[in-house]
Design a protein around this ligand. Sequence first.
Ligand SMILES: [Zn+2]
Ligand SMILES: [Zn+2]
Length: 121
Amino acid sequence: MTFLPETRVCPRCGERSRIITCGDSDGTIVSACCEAVIPDLNDSPTVLIEDGKLVCPFGDCGAADQVIELDVATRENRLSIDEEGTIVAHLGDSEFEGDGFECQQCARSVSMPGGDEIVHV
Ligand SMILES: [Zn+2]
Ligand SMILES: [Zn+2]
């Protein structure tokens, strides 16, 4: 945790507060008073998990279960030529590539705890 020389208005309590980086791997910048994420100083802060819900990390939003995955399905279909000379595309190696995550409530990008590893069901 590092104290930064700037102060900001805390989005949670509205007081002017010192800002700190919290100890996560992203170095998310939060208010020292409430540890609320300062929206304009962070690109994609990590989603919080509270009571089994995914909670928007932005201090002035905090919506629960509003996180969506922006998904881009990419497919690599290998081409080959079969015995009859027909060009064949091999389907099946499809791969879903997440394009990031976003809070639907405030439309800002967020990231997932644990290196964006989620299970698609
Ligand atoms: Zn505060
Ligand atoms: Zn939000």
